[in-house]
Design a protein around this ligand. Structure first.
Ligand SMILES: NC(=O)c1ccc[n+]([C@@H]2O[C@H](COP(=O)([O-])OP(=O)(O)OC[C@H]3O[C@@H](n4cnc5c(N)ncnc54)[C@H](O)[C@@H]3O)[C@@H](O)[C@H]2O)c1
Length: 396
């Protein structure tokens, strides 16, 4: 198993292009700098952290977005520590492989830690004295929230409060400044919102599922910790993030797998016309697919800017029909999809469409990757990953 994973680290090199944002790295906050005496520093990275480096905790670093952003932060010179509970919501081998890549190619150590374990978090925070927290660990996925809602309230609500309490207690007891926090919210908070594009000023009181409820709750909790204690917190409302090393429970991945294995796949149809950018009537769901390369840039910009208390959409601002995504995958994988139709399931929403003017203003966010390019990047990785799993079937 271990050998197979190391081999995988060498095999899978990620094609995401990480630029340096055209900016010189700088110390953003006029903060007190503490002495770092802990020997743990020396164990976790090839390079010794200095007072000039940001020290970033990435929660959910074995996950899709966490893996990519952790890598990019490390490439930008930050000292990164990751945590994840490696749960079995989807293929653990993929999470382990991401962790191995982070360790062996980027010197990022990733600890098996559950964010509901406040005591362990406090220990970690005291040890590393983080300057920045990127909080991505969560139970993701909409449909699974109809099956196992308690895993959402536990990881997403209890886990978030436990992280904030651990930060509060550790920082106060050690007389440290609170780190800048960026946390993942979701386009799901807009729920059954009929007005498009979705703007941060729209009401979010019509959630369509428990997953959305937990993300709305995170935004409210963030507001409270900002008001009570002065935490700096930015919530990023991600819109259908996709790309290489992506999540196997998401539609683009499931459809690629069905096409690749020549199994039937189900496309949903709506009863009402869907508001979209297309002329004419669209009777199928649309999603504002946002490529991971753009999400990395927006997320790191939010982390480095460190606003007081904001929620910001990170989307592509160009919703596409899901059937068009399937057509692209057919071409890229060189096989026809076997399509069946079904009504939109309970808990799902017909359309997501981000207004990104706030992200443009606050983060200089400008999505660069269109769906065709993004799916090409994903498909190339997907084929390598499928082949690798076949080659290593006995080892994993
Ligand atoms: N991918 C998207 O399209 C999308 C869209 C909107 C919001 N988000 C949010 O972005 C974040 C990252 O999403 P992702 O796509 O990388 O998902 P992911 O499932 O790949 O990553 C989440 C990681 O968190 C870990 N985790 C879950 N519960 C945990 C716990 N209690 N303690 C420690 N680790 C735990 C999981 O093992 C996983 O590796 C999540 O908060 C998700 O809700 C993602």
């Amino acid at each position: 198993m271990f050998k197979a994973i190391i081999h995988g680290c060498l095999l899978f090199h990620c094609s995401v292009d990480v630029d340096n944002f055209g900016r010189k790295r700088k110390w953003f906050h006029n903060r007190r700098v503490k002495a770092f005496s802990s020997p743990v520093w020396l164990l976790c990275s090839g390079k010794h952290p200095t007072t000039e480096r940001r020290r970033v905790l990435v929660t959910g670093a074995a996950g899709f977005i966490g893996f990519h952003v952790a890598k990019s932060l490390s490439q930008l010179g930050d000292f990164v520590v990751g945590i994840d509970n490696f749960n079995d919501y989807y293929d653990r081998n993929l999470k382990r492989l991401r962790a191995q890549v982070l360790l062996h190619q980027f010197g990022i150590s990733l600890q098996d830690l559950d964010i509901t374990d406040q005591e362990a978090l406090e220990h970690l925070i005291r040890e590393y004295q983080f300057t920045h927290i990127l909080h991505l660990a969560a139970q993701a996925g909409v449909q699974y929230s109809l099956v196992n809602p308690l895993s959402y309230t536990s990881s997403n609500v209890q886990g978030f409060v436990s992280l904030l309490e651990a930060l509060k207690n550790s920082c106060l007891s050690m007389n440290l400044d609170f780190p800048v926090i960026v946390y993942a919210s979701s386009s799901s908070v807009y729920g059954k919102n009929k007005k498009v594009p979705f703007s941060e000023s729209d009401s979010v009181t019509m959630p369509a599922n428990i997953y959305a409820v937990t993300k709305i709750s995170n935004e409210l909790v963030a507001q409270v910790y900002h008001n009570l204690y002065g935490f700096k917190l930015t919530g990023l409302r991600y819109f259908t993030v996709y790309g290489a090393w992506g999540r196997p429970d998401m539609s683009y991945y499931l459809f690629a797998e069905a096409i690749y294995e020549q199994r039937e796949l189900f496309l949903y149809q709506t009863e009402q016309p869907v508001l979209s950018i297309y002329p004419g009537t669209v009777m199928e769901p649309c999603r504002d697919f946002t490529h991971i390369t753009d999400i990395i840039k927006g997320t790191i910009a939010a982390l480095y800017k460190g606003y007081d208390c904001e929620v910001i959409n990170l989307g592509n601002c160009y919703p596409q029909r899901i059937s068009y995504m399937v057509q692209c995958l057919e071409e890229l994988l060189g096989k026809k999809a076997i399509i069946r139709y079904r009504p939109l399931p309970m808990g799902d929403v017909p359309c997501t469409y981000a207004d990104i003017s706030k992200a443009k203003n606050l983060l200089d966010f400008e999505p660069q990757v269109n769906l065709e390019q993004g799916l090409k990047d994903f498909s190339e990785w997907f084929i390598r990953w499928k082949e690798w799993k076949v080659d290593h079937a006995s080892a994993i």
